[in-house]
Design a binder for this molecule. Structure first.
Ligand SMILES: Nc1ncnc2c1ncn2[C@@H]1O[C@H](COP(=O)(O)OP(=O)(O)O)[C@@H](O)[C@H]1O
Ligand SMILES: [Mg+2]
Length: 256
């Protein structure tokens, strides 16, 4: 059984059909990439799946339960958690305090009891911090972190909700090569800890490297879906997104 099953998902904004009947399944344990040009509906699909916006049409079944029209918080409590393109951190707090606050918000445990293994459900707060590569910065305030580490901390906050399915919206935006490398490793470690990942990302090199499967959105419709090798050679995808005369292996950033 698929972990997430989307059937006929539509989303209208006034006269605009941002999503026009999306059918897609996410299998447990995979990293599924979602790509497509700007305005294709990727963020809207994340908003609909995670309960930020209700769909105009269609059905969302997560882990065997129909969650269509559930609230963001109820969905998150059931283990489907998203990050936003711009993460909200507690800037004046340390890395550790940020993760503790998030873990507390998602567990209902008291702050004082939140030091050890019980804190974050399946992973302890310290395991989460180590997984995102911030172990040496546990006591650093968020406001002092460079961009890449701030994004890593944003992912740690999402992990503190103990997700089974994590939706990452453009986690590599604005990162240099070293930060990108570190984040790709983090995403692979997250999957290795049995969290399924759905990844929206413009960095094609990273997407092709870490995704098991890729789905392509164009004008709110899925135009292709399959393993990276097939996607990068699919004429419809090249036409809609990748650029017919571009060598995909050389693309760092898709056209803005
Ligand atoms: N809250 C909103 N209200 C009105 N239009 C929106 C809203 N969110 C997104 N859109 C529109 O829906 C389309 C898809 O946007 P989006 O999902 O952000 O695309 P992507 O993330 O693929 O770049 C765009 O035309 C965008 O302008
Ligand atoms: Mg977007």
């Amino acid at each position: 059984m698929a972990l997430l099953e989307l059937t006929g998902i539509g989303k209208n904004f006034g006269g605009l059909a941002a999503l026009g009947g999306v059918d897609l399944t996410v299998e447990e344990g995979e990293i599924l990439g979602l790509i497509g040009p700007n305005g294709a509906g990727k963020t809207t699909l994340f908003n609909v799946i995670s309960g930020v916006l209700p769909p105009s049409a269609g059905r969302i079944v997560y882990d065997g339960t129909d969650i269509t029209r559930w609230s963001l918080h109820r969905i998150a409590r059931h283990g489907l958690v998203r990050t936003f393109q711009q993460t909200e951190l507690f800037m004046e707090m340390t890395v550790l305090e940020n993760v503790l606050v998030s873990a507390r918000a998602h567990s209902g445990l008291s702050f004082r009891r939140m030091s050890g293994r019980e804190a974050a459900g399946r992973m302890s707060v310290h395991e989460i911090i180590e997984l995102v590569g911030l172990s040496d910065l546990t006591d650093e305030r968020a406001e002092n972190l460079p961009h890449g580490h701030r994004r890593a901390l944003g992912i740690a906050l999402a992990l503190a909700a103990a997700p089974s399915l994590l939706l990452l919206d453009e986690p590599l935006t604005g990162m240099d090569a070293g930060e990108t490398e570190a984040m790709v490793s983090t995403i692979e470690r997250i999957r290795a800890r049995n969290t399924t990942v759905m990844l929206v990302e413009h960095n094609m090199r990273a997407v092709m490297r870490c995704c098991d499967r890729i789905a392509v959105l164009d004008f709110g419709k899925l135009i292709a879906e399959g393993p990276p090798q097939r996607i990068q050679n699919d004429p419809r995808v090249i036409d809609a997104y990748l650029g017919a005369d571009e060598d995909i292996h050389g693309i760092e950033q898709a056209p803005a």
